[in-house]
Design a protein around this ligand. Structure first.
Ligand code: F6R
Length: 274
């Protein structure tokens, strides 16, 4: 037996509805905070984690969880947008989570580039800040329709670290809903790299909706390739994937994942949040 090493495989859990994905993800985070109240969380923006954040807000209101000692690092932030702009990821996180839980906002980090600061300096500083915090215990991820994680667009190096990335037309189009005037939509962001994400001790990937089904299949069952950045998660020792039926609809091994999950529930091992 190898001591001190996690030997878990990717855990693929398919739930009926997106609301169950949210509740299950929140349960996993609550479990972590029960054992490690000063955990370091990696967080994502986008539509997918919003319902999970709402579950955490409710749990915090009910006194079932506290974020008092938690530190957070978000995956990404646009370049050339003020933190106070409602479309910035800082504003989004404040609105959707930070202002509504008991977290100390001085310990909520995003890869922001202050005005007048060269954004290329932001990446290395962010990597150092993550290391100084002791590394990320649990990294929450969504997935783009093109398989991106963070803003690591297809062809991103699997060894990449936090840096500036130019967004694809597909990503710009998906995210245009957040910008009333397309002329103000940033085309460049600073994002954790794929290697940065893989450094997290546990990764929680959430995907809901049929429009994610092909990317989910490529990520879980396709070859590990920079053309699908999320496929790099296959190299990680501890990944939990929470899907609704629609997002799981292209998976070839769906029956097997359900079978494995039932076995784990039966024997009460590793995962009890769902
Ligand atoms: C968000 C992020 C992106 C999103 C992805 C999915 O910080 O880095 O990778 O997770 O684009 O977005 P939604 O959830 O809006 O479909």
């Amino acid at each position: 037996m190898v001591r001190g090493r996690c030997t878990a495989d990717m855990d693929v859990i398919v739930l009926k509805k997106s609301s169950a994905v949210a509740a299950c993800g929140a349960g996993l985070i609550q479990q972590l905070l029960q054992t490690k109240p000063a955990a370091v969380l990696g967080l994502a923006t986008g539509n997918t984690p919003l319902a999970m954040y709402q579950c955490l807000i409710t749990a915090c209101d009910n006194g079932d969880v506290s974020f008092r000692d938690v530190t957070t690092f978000n995956l990404d932030e646009y370049v050339g947008i003020d933190a106070g702009n409602p479309a910035s990821y800082r504003s989004t996180m404040k609105r959707e989570l930070f202002d509504r839980i008991d977290i100390d906002q001085a310990r909520t980090y995003l890869p922001e580039s202050d005005a007048g600061v060269d954004p290329s300096a932001t990446g290395p500083a962010y990597e150092e800040a993550i290391l100084a915090a002791g590394g990320i215990d649990l990294q929450v991820l969504g997935i783009g329709r093109n398989g991106h994680i963070g803003f690591n667009e297809p062809t991103s190096s699997l060894g990449s670290r936090t840096r500036i990335k130019t967004l694809t037309q597909q990503t710009l189009q998906s995210n245009s809903q957040y910008f009333a005037d397309s002329g103000t939509q940033p085309q460049v962001a600073v994002t954790m790299g794929i290697a940065t994400i893989l450094d997290a001790r546990h990764i929680l990937l959430l995907a809901t909706g049929v429009e994610k089904a092909q990317a989910v299949r490529d990520a879980i069952e396709g070859p590990v390739t920079a053309m699908c950045p999320a496929s790099a998660l296959q190299l990680h020792r501890k990944v939990t994937v929470l899907l609704d039926d629609e997002a799981a609809s292209c998976l070839a091994m769906r029956d097997y994942y359900d079978w494995v999950h039932r076995q784990k529930q039966r024997f009460g091992k590793e995962f009890t949040a769902c």
